[in-house]
Design a protein around this ligand. Structure first.
Ligand SMILES: C[S@@+](CC[C@H](N)C(=O)[O-])C[C@H]1O[C@@H](n2cnc3c(N)ncnc32)[C@H](O)[C@@H]1O
Length: 219
């Protein structure tokens, strides 16, 4: 199996333009996100719905790691979906589909595993609750739900997380500015109400951000 450096190099080489190539390579090499979520998913054989998939980089990462179940990515930014579809074609990846839609009002039909990586800050509290309800219906009995999110806390990490998200909006990389960050208690309360056993743990790696990994399994 390829090592992390070659995976980062390969996926980045599929990106359109120098900025995205550099950004993707740096993200893959410095952010614990994709590797950490892959570790949670690696024993799962059911399909994956990745809500707010961006260009679908996580799906490509899973394929490079040898995870071969069907993957559906969903994002409201058409430019990212289009770029991602070209990358999938260029890389010859199988069984990954990406589609455009707003997760505040619709989600594809699905039963299996679900990931929500770094998108909840763009939703108000009621929308976050609704999304948790909707994705819960799409997690099968054997499947898992994995979320990464910045979490609201009174600390420097949280301030840096917020500044990072504002920066992403100012550079037009994100269509929206952050609106509302959930708390750790929010995840426990909403996911237990949907019948999950929930684990919430810090997920910082070497980054300065106040990110947590939330893993929900059926009890
Ligand atoms: C920080 S990026 C994370 C991308 C991807 N999950 C990853 O980790 O590589 C957040 C993504 O959420 C998407 N997004 C934000 N609000 C959304 C919504 N209401 N419906 C669907 N996608 C949304 C953005 O377009 C963006 O691609």
């Amino acid at each position: 199996m390829a090592d992390s450096r070659s995976i980062a190099k390969k996926i980045a080489s599929l990106c359109p333009g120098r900025w995205l190539t550099g950004y993707t390579k740096t993200k893959l090499r410095t952010d614990p996100l994709y590797n950490g979520v892959h570790q949670e998913l690696q024993d799962q054989s059911g399909p994956l719905l990745d809500v707010g998939c961006g260009m679908g980089i996580f799906g490509l990462y899973l394929r490079e790691r040898g995870w071969n179940a069907p993957i559906t990515g969903f994002d409201y930014d058409q430019s990212k979906v289009t770029a991602g579809l070209k990358m999938i074609e260029k890389g010859g990846y199988q069984n990954i589909s990406l589609s455009r839609g707003d997760a505040r009002s619709e989600l594809p039909d699905h039963s299996g595993n679900v990931t929500i990586l770094d998108i909840l800050q763009f939703f108000v509290d009621a929308e976050q609750r609704q999304l948790i309800k909707e994705v819960s219906r799409r997690v099968s009995d054997e499947g898992i739900l994995v979320i990464r999110s910045g979490v609201k806390e009174k600390n420097l990490r949280f301030l840096i997380t917020w500044i990072g998200d504002i920066f992403a909006k100012c550079t037009f990389w994100m269509k929206s500015a952050p609106i509302h960050y959930p708390t750790k208690e929010f995840f426990v309360e909403t996911l237990e109400a949907e019948g999950f056993k929930v684990e919430v743990r810090p997920f910082w790696g070497r980054t300065p951000f106040n990110n947590y990994l939330i893993v929900a399994k059926r009890t």
